[in-house]
Design a protein around this ligand. Structure first.
Ligand code: BGC
Length: 419
């Protein structure tokens, strides 16, 4: 195949604030990590101290050959108390953005990556009627300070994830049952609210939650566009390649509809949709089917299946009909040779789509550094760069060099361009 990737294709690595910055103490996630009955394996603590080390980190990413860096702003730092905006926090992100530009990286900025300020949880979180407006107000403030430096804007990260997790039996309790789950009961008690109102972004899969997220995305898009009409804005979706074994068709169709299709339909009219795929999810007559015995699995015990990305890009193109950016894709493994093979197969999957004239504008790998993998803590290793958390020393893996070199080759001024 001749090279299908244009020179301005984004080749990047991604992070999310809470997973790398450290000490995100005003956020709901920090609060949940420290509750009795917490479902988090360990607290995030200092993470990889990216909050202080961003300069060296950005220089390292650029030096490896990448052309883009996706990271998120922490709403909990920018608006630590409702209505109080921190100029110091906004200035911090301004310096991060400036560092990207100094090093020639296009900054892909996510305004919300799972974490919210703790005060929002007290106010009903992602089922709260005022949340869309509150989120849009924060986006407006962030845009006023940072808008001119942003390369691509993502409003919400994986609003659809709770519906996928629910199909695995994680979260998804109906509001009236939340009081019987230790972590939600403890959260309600500490906050002095009814447990039925505890609705964190990652774990609430109610219809009210769907409406609030969709409204928040639309209100945020309008706020961002009001400051920068030219900026490309979209949300990023957790889309697995959903498949059925014999007898599992009905449940697979239901999950595909609730997790992938309705969110892709809701993306129509956006500038792009971010696709984040890690593998396939298979349903049989008894529901979610575990990986077969004879296949290689990742650190979560799921089948390693990089070809899933081709199916989810094609699905997004077919349903949303708008440009696609692969905003996350990666593998949790201690064996970096597995990661290189996975990335090679995933890039081939993207190339097949681009060669078929599907408008894919970037491939951003998850993730730059081994980091805080949410409820699983620090054990899963998704990073292209290893971090020794006792010294915070960074060590790029072969996968970082492999993908960085590919990025450099494609971005070269004399790289052959698609016809
Ligand atoms: C999220 C990341 C997460 C990754 C790997 C995505 O669901 O956006 O924050 O670390 O997948 O699980």
């Amino acid at each position: 195949m001749t090279n299908p990737f244009p020179r301005d294709f984004l080749w990047g690595v991604a992070t999310a604030g809470h997973q790398v910055e450290g000490n995100n103490t005003n956020s709901d996630t920090w609060f949940l990590e420290h509750l009795p009955g917490t479902i988090f394996a360990e607290p995030s603590g200092d993470a990889v101290d990216h909050y202080h080390r961003y300069r060296e980190d950005i220089a390292l990413i650029a030096g490896l050959g990448f052309t883009s860096y996706r990271f998120s702003l922490e709403w909990a730092r920018i608006e630590p108390e409702e209505g109080h905006f921190s100029v110091a926090a906004l200035d911090h992100y301004k310096r991060v953005l400036e560092a990207c530009h100094e090093h020639g990286l296009t900054p892909v900025v996510t305004f919300h990556h799972f974490t919210s300020p703790l005060w929002l949880l007290r106010r009903g979180g992602w089922e709260g009627q005022e949340t869309p407006e509150l989120f849009a107000r924060y986006c407006d403030r962030a845009m006023a300070h940072l808008g001119g430096l942003i390369g691509v804007a993502c409003t919400l990260n994986e609003p659809n994830l709770p519906w996928l997790l629910e199909s695995f039996g994680i979260g998804g309790e109906a509001p009236e049952n939340r009081g019987s789950v230790p972590i939600w009961a403890a959260a309600a008690e500490r906050l002095g609210v009814d447990a039925a109102t505890i609705a964190p972004f990652q774990f609430c899969s109610t219809e009210a939650g769907f409406t609030v997220k969709l409204d928040a995305h639309r209100a945020a898009t309008a706020a961002i566009k009001a400051r920068r009409p030219d900026l490309q804005v979209g949300w990023t979706l957790a889309n697995s390649d959903i498949q059925a074994l014999r007898g599992g068709e009905e449940v697979a169709d239901k999950v595909r509809r609730g997790v992938n299709e309705r969110f892709l339909e809701a993306s129509r009219g956006d500038d792009f949709v971010g696709i984040q795929t890690y593998g396939r999810t298979v349903y049989g007559p008894d529901g979610h089917a575990p990986a077969p015995e004879d296949v290689a699995v990742n650190q979560m015990g799921e089948e390693i299946y990089p070809q899933a990305l081709e199916a989810t890009i094609r699905e997004a193109h077919r349903i949303a009909g708008i440009p696609v950016i692969v905003t996350e894709n990666g593998l949790a493994t201690e064996d970096d040779r597995q990661r290189v093979a996975y990335l090679e197969a995933a890039v081939d999957a993207v190339a097949n789509c681009v060669a078929d004239s599907i408008d894919v504008r970037g491939y951003i790998a998850w993730t730059a550094f081994d980091n805080f993998e949410w409820i699983f803590g620090y054990r899963p290793k998704f990073g292209l760069i290893a971090v020794d958390r006792s010294t915070q020393e960074r060590a790029p893996k072969d996968s970082a060099r492999w993908l960085g070199n590919l990025a450099r080759e494609h971005a070269r001024a004399d790289a052959p361009q698609p016809a």
